[in-house]
Structures are given as C-alpha cells and as structure tokens.
Design a protein around this ligand. Structure first.
Ligand code: NAI
Length: 289
C-alpha cells in the first residue's frame, strides 16, 4: 500500500545513526555538478569528510580529476566525470557512468551555475539569455531527470538544488540569472511533490553573498564588499562552509521531513530593507514628538 508506506515510522536510531558513528553520509554516493572549483568543490570536500563517496563534475576533466584526487585523500572513493549539464546526452551518460562506478546515486547536488554578465534588459543578447537559462535552469532539470530516474529505480534519494537569494530579490542587471534561480525554486517544489511517492526529497538552498566561488574576483575590492555587506543584517559576507553545513543537513537523515523547500542562507538579507525604512519612520515620529 503506497499510502501507508509514506507514513511508516522510522526507528529513532536510524535517524540519528548508531552510537559512535558520527559521519552523516557514510556509505552514500553523492554527485555534485560543477564541483571542480568554488562552492561545488567545498560541497565535495564537506560531503567526503562526512563519509560520502563523491563524483566530481566539470565541463573539462583536468581540474575535476585533481579535486577527485584530493577527495580520495580523505579516505573515500571519488571519480571525475566531464559533462556539460546543459547537454541531455552528456548528462544521461554521466548518470550511467556513476551507476557503473558505484552502483547507485544517493545524493545529487545541482551546483553548476553561471553568471557571466551584468546587463540591463535592453542590452541582453539572445545567446547570453540562452547561456544562463540553459546551464542554471535547464541544466538543473536535465540532471534531476537523469539522476531522478535512477533514484526512482533504486527506491529513493535526495536532491539539493543551488538557487540564490537573487531569485527572490530580482537584482537589476541580473535578469536571466534571477529568472533562472527563481525557476530553480519552482522546479524544486514541483519535483518534490511529484517524486515524494518514490521516497525522493527535493530541496533548494538560496545563498546570499558568499565570500568565494564566482564572487572571488571582487573580494579584494573594498568599496564593493563594504557596499554588499551593508545590505546584510549580519554585516558580513557568508563563508562557503556556512552553505556546506546546510547542504550536509539537507543530504542527511536529519532532514528526512524537509521537502520541496528553499532554505535561504543569506545573513538575513532577503528579509531586510537596505534603505532603513523603519529608521526613517522612527525619525519622523521622533520629530513629531
Ligand atoms: P563558480 O563560478 O566558482 O563555480 C561554478 C561551477 O560550475 C564551476 O566549477 C564551473 O566549471 C561549473 N559549470 C559552469 N557551467 C557548467 C556546465 N555547463 N556544466 C558543468 N559545469 C559547469 O561559482 P560558485 O560561486 O561556486 O557557484 C556555485 C553555485 O552557487 C552556482 O549555481 C551559483 O549560481 C550559486 N550561488 C553562488 C553564490 C556566491 O555568492 N558565490 C551566491 C548564490 C548562489
């Protein structure tokens, strides 16, 4: 009875792990797209430290191989697979290759993403629009579909999609990027709904400004960083490991009832008005006495 299976209770020791076994992901196989650098590499290292075997993916093999070597030194298995996430044939082959190497895929982190330009809408070229949407949105769909089919066959899995706070905020100059990241949140919801019956959970993370990855080139630009941090209630950029911790949670059994949601990890930025609206009202009221 499918309905009853979905509400079966899980013994508490299966959720918290057996005594002495503190590794969250021991024995799990994780595929992390775009993991040859940036946040993807950080996810790979973090997952390996928690015992997962990790598949490194990049468009080319050279950097991916060197990250896979680094991961093996942490005492788990790792391979590198070159695949463009925007190509269905390459993504389908990647899913087959993971199965061939490890026999299963327990966790998929859709991390690969691009943000190649800052342009007002009237200046965006069709190729630019396509590039961003193809990698950030179609790529997430293709990887979910290829890996999801394997997860359905094997009886479950966990998918984590990397969105962005910009998917909520609608940042000017970032039209296709914002649209792609908002799309990832909706894709996450619908997939979670459709695939719950297969014991697959699908969640997303929306990071704010993180000191690493695609932000690396601006980190030494003091004015820019200070302008960005002013928009964050915690008054600092996020650290990559603060995103990794959330991904680890979503990938672990501790998140067994978290499904279809987007966890915003942005130091409070999306819930805050940078113009200090309340301060303005307070000041006006003070003046009125
Ligand atoms: P990054 O540019 O350092 O890394 C992106 C990775 O994706 C690279 O390894 C790149 O080779 C790979 N990639 C790009 N196109 C690909 C394709 N077609 N096929 C396979 N791999 C491809 O950027 P970062 O910062 O590490 O970004 C990782 C994810 O986090 C992205 O989805 C990004 O949008 C998201 N993000 C990053 C934030 C930040 O502050 N760094 C904030 C919010 C979201």
């Amino acid at each position: 009875m499918a309905g009853r299976e979905r509400f079966e209770t899980v013994p508490y020791n299966e959720i918290i792990g057996s005594e002495g076994d503190t590794m969250k992901l021991k024995g799990k196989v994780a595929l992390i797209t775009g993991s040859s650098r940036g946040l993807g590499r950080e996810f790979a290292v973090g997952f390996a430290k928690e015992g997962a075997d990790v598949v490194i993916n990049g468009r080319g093999l050279e950097k991916a191989n060197s990250v896979a070597e680094e991961i093996k030194n942490l005492g788990v298995r790792s391979i590198a697979i070159a695949a463009d996430v925007a190509s269905s044939s390459e993504v389908n082959k990647m899913a087959e290759d993971v199965l061939r190497a490890f026999g299963r895929i327990d966790i998929l982190v859709n991390n690969a993403g691009v943000n190649p330009f800052i342009l007002e809408a009237e200046k965006i070229k069709e190729e630019g629009w396509d590039q961003v949407i193809d990698v950030n949105l179609k790529g997430v769909f293709l990887c979910c579909q290829a890996v999801g089919r394997k997860m359905i066959e094997q009886g479950g899995g966990k998918i984590i999609n990397i969105s962005s706070a910009v998917g909520f905020l609608g940042e000017q100059g970032f039209l296709p990027y914002s649209v792609s990241k908002a799309g990832v949140m909706m894709l996450t919801r619908v997939l979670a709904y459709e695939w719950s019956k297969y014991h697959i959970t699908v969640n997303a993370i929306a990071p704010g400004f993180i000191a690493g990855g695609m932000n690396t080139p601006i980190l030494n630009k003091e004015m820019l960083v200070s302008g960005l941090t002013q928009q964050v209630p915690l008054k600092r950029l996020g650290k990559p490991e603060e995103i990794v911790q959330v991904a680890l949670f979503l990938a672990s059994e501790e998140a067994s009832y978290v499904n279809g949601t987007t966890l915003v990890v942005d130091g409070g930025m999306t819930g805050y008005r940078s113009v200090g609206f309340i301060d303005l009202i307070a000041e006006t009221m003070r003046k009125r006495g």
